[in-house]
Design a protein around this ligand. Structure first.
Ligand SMILES: Cc1cc2nc3c(=O)[nH]c(=O)nc-3n(C[C@H](O)[C@H](O)[C@H](O)COP(=O)(O)OP(=O)(O)OC[C@H]3O[C@@H](n4cnc5c(N)ncnc54)[C@H](O)[C@@H]3O)c2cc1C
Length: 642
């Protein structure tokens, strides 16, 4: 009997390519696994956080270069020298190589603070501290490579970049990637490659370039390692390497450009040496499993916090029709949207940093964090611009929202564009990796292991029955817990669609959003349990989030492609209440009365200029000349002579 089920299951499981399989096998799971198990579990917080970072470095940096364009600019070299000398590029590098290795929490705070003032500077600091030469060398480099490069990367004498993308390989990163052929030339084995990389951040200023290429070995010359995706390290002076042109990403002012040229590489330039030939994709995926959850979320944190904090102070003082904007419900409802999304970003980053600091590398969570935080920050910034109105649209020193409005698409696009991440990766990878039994079933099929298949299938059936039964339980009073069980049950039913899930992206993206929202929901509870900021705000956000989810649950059920199977999930269409008008009003009162909330929101952002002016309005007598002069300075963002 099991053989016939085995054959049926084998026929419906999606085809998984080798590269997808590597992605599935790298990184680990955490809260995502508990959610797929249907378990309500608030993660434990680390007892202690180490503090190594000296804040005065950032204050000095931002006071000096906060308003500078990093690139293209006459100051580029000087800025990079300062960043390097002050060890801003060294936060992944262990002390023994001269680095200041920071915890995830500290790294995230540093990146948030720098980006909150200057996005171009933030990106410039981010790249050396994220996926790229340093991280790859630390994890896979030979002893000699580490000694040669890590001290220089730590003090900025080497400025790294990493080239994967080209004109024909974007989201499908390996599809038409540059190839390199292993050849014997004058008795020596070399790799000949023609590079055509674009969009490479820091390339125009970089002198140490990580390169991912597809290695081909038609003559079987490799004695160690294999053909396939391979990561090389190349210095700028390498013969025929061309770093000659740059792009201009939305005028944000950071270096981004091309890496081209027909070059010859040595096998000892492979990170980790020849034995790592063919290992490149695994190396990249392992680093991405944690890294994607840190840097872009930090920029999303910066943009949403700056906008929310400043708009809060702005709408308290800007009046129209003799009423402060905050008293107008049209404005305060938009502001509630901003606070809601900012709080979700803030709480989820705090919880995720804590998880990463416990040395987990949760691949699905990092994809959720990248997609959710950058997407929600877009909502925050859009609402901020609507409220800030003319002051957002006209450029000038007091316009605090424009740079974030301009920069939002960068976070949305890079490190796995959000459309791809949401529609294909989060739920697809979640089902295969975070689900407690599906990977085991898949693995038993690949290995043609009927005994393992039988055990895994029995586990899967047991889990499905348990979730189905629990979904009827009248004893579960907590909505987050209820939705966790409902999601686990629904996932088991959706899994029956097998390979169809990959092409039914409407369904996959709704399932991804439900999973992501549950993760964010847990972070709200985690944050409140550990920081006790505001029950009112936590309950507001949780109710709104779970209402968003109930719409998604209903849509998945309504669109489930098999009418008979639909009967097994129709009990999940539960009535949920949306936030009512009065709850938005109560939230505004809470924001005005509970100063703790804004104190947490302004944590780790750099406040100067317009932000401090807006803050100061609260301390002045609104009938005074000083107040009126300062208010009009805040509102008129900048005037220029004709
Ligand atoms: C400012 C900037 C900095 C960058 N820095 C670097 C760097 O340092 N190093 C590097 O190697 N690369 C870098 N990149 C490249 C970046 O990773 C790619 O731009 C990104 O992967 C998207 O590729 P693409 O722009 O070609 O879009 P495309 O791949 O053409 O995608 C177009 C659209 O289709 C969607 N899509 C594609 N496939 C699917 C699918 N299967 N299902 C659903 N939707 C899909 C995408 O989400 C996107 O919305 C950078 C890019 C930018 C803009």
């Amino acid at each position: 009997m099991y053989r016939s089920i085995f054959n049926k299951v084998r026929a419906i499981v999606p085809k998984i390519s080798d590269t997808e399989l590597i992605a599935l096998r790298t990184g680990d799971t955490h809260l995502d696994r508990h959610i797929f198990e249907g378990n309500y579990r608030i993660p434990k917080k680390l007892d202690k956080h180490e503090t190594k970072f000296d804040e005065t470095r950032i204050t000095h940096l931002l006071n000096t270069y906060g308003n500078h364009t990093v690139y293209p600019s006459q100051d580029t070299q000087q800025i990079f020298n300062v960043l390097g000398k002050n060890k801003f590029f060294s936060y992944l590098i262990p002390e023994e190589y001269g680095g200041i290795k920071l915890s995830t929490r500290e790294l995230s705070n540093v990146l948030t603070k720098i980006s909150s003032k200057n996005l171009g500077l933030g990106v410039s600091v981010m790249v050396p501290n994220s996926l790229g030469p340093s991280e790859l060398l630390i994890n896979y480099g030979t002893k000699e490579q580490k000694q040669t490069y890590l001290p220089g990367l730590a003090d900025g004498s080497f400025v790294p970049c990493f080239g994967l993308t080209g004109p024909n390989n974007g989201s499908d990163a390996l599809g038409q990637i540059d190839s390199g052929v292993v050849k014997k030339k004058n008795g020596k084995i070399v790799v000949e490659t023609t590079l055509d990389k674009r969009y490479i951040t820091l390339a125009p200023v970089s002198n140490l370039i990580g390169l991912a290429i597809k290695l081909e070995d038609p003559e079987g010359l490799l004695t160690n390692g294999n053909p396939g995706i391979t990561v090389f390290l190349v210095e700028k002076e390498h013969p025929n390497l061309k770093l000659e042109t740059h792009h201009n990403p939305l005028n944000i002012g950071f270096p981004n450009g091309t890496v081209k040229g027909k070059i010859e590489l040595d096998l000892n330039q492979i990170i980790g040496g020849e034995e790592n030939a063919g290992n490149g994709w695994k190396m990249l995926m392992e680093c991405l499993a944690a890294g994607r959850g840190i840097c872009l979320p930090a920029t999303a944190n910066a943009s949403s916090k700056v906008c929310t904090y400043n708009i809060f102070n702005y709408i308290k003082h800007r009046t129209q029709f003799n009423i402060p904007l905050i008293k107008m419900e049209g404005v305060s409802n938009k502001f509630a949207d901003m606070v809601y999304n900012t709080w979700l970003i803030h709480s989820s980053i705090a919880m995720t940093n804590d998880i990463l600091d416990q040395n987990y590398k949760p691949a699905v969570i990092s994809a959720i964090m990248k997609q959710q935080t950058t997407e929600r920050a877009r909502t925050v910034v859009n609402e901020a611009v609507d409220i800030h109105a003319g002051s957002a649209i006209c450029l000038g020193p007091n316009n605090f929202s424009q740079k974030f409005y301009q920069g939002i698409p960068v976070g949305i696009t890079v490190e796995g564009s959000n459309t791809l991440t949401k529609n294909l990766i989060i739920f697809g990878q979640g089902l295969n990796k975070s689900h407690p039994h599906i990977y085991d079933i898949y693995d038993s099929i690949i290995k043609d292991d009927l005994v393992a298949f039988r055990a895994s299938l029995n586990n899967m059936i047991g889990h499905s029955l348990k979730m189905w039964y629990k979904s009827f339980s009248p004893f579960i009073k907590d909505n987050l817990h209820q939705q966790t069980i409902d999601f686990a049950h629904l996932s088991n039913i959706v899994a029956l669609l097998g390979g169809q899930i990959k092409s039914n992206q409407s369904l996959s993206s709704d399932m991804a959003d439900i999973l992501s929202n549950l993760y964010l929901g847990y972070s709200l509870v985690w944050y409140q349990e550990n920081h006790s900021v505001s029950e009112t705000l936590t309950n507001y956000c949780l109710k709104r989030l779970l209402y968003e989810n109930s719409i998604l649950f209903n849509r998945v059920i309504d669109n489930y492609p098999n009418e008979k199977v639909k009967l097994l999930i129709k009990q999940l269409k539960r009535p949920q209440n949306s936030i009512d008008y009065n709850e938005n009003r109560l939230l505004m009162t809470e924001l005005l009365e509970n100063k703790n909330i804004m104190n947490h929101i302004k944590e780790s952002i750099f406040l100067d200029g317009a932000a401090l002016d807006l803050e100061r309005l609260d301390t002045l007598d609104s009938n005074s000349n000083e107040y009126n002069t300062l208010l009009s300075k805040c509102v008129s963002v900048g005037e220029y002579d004709n």
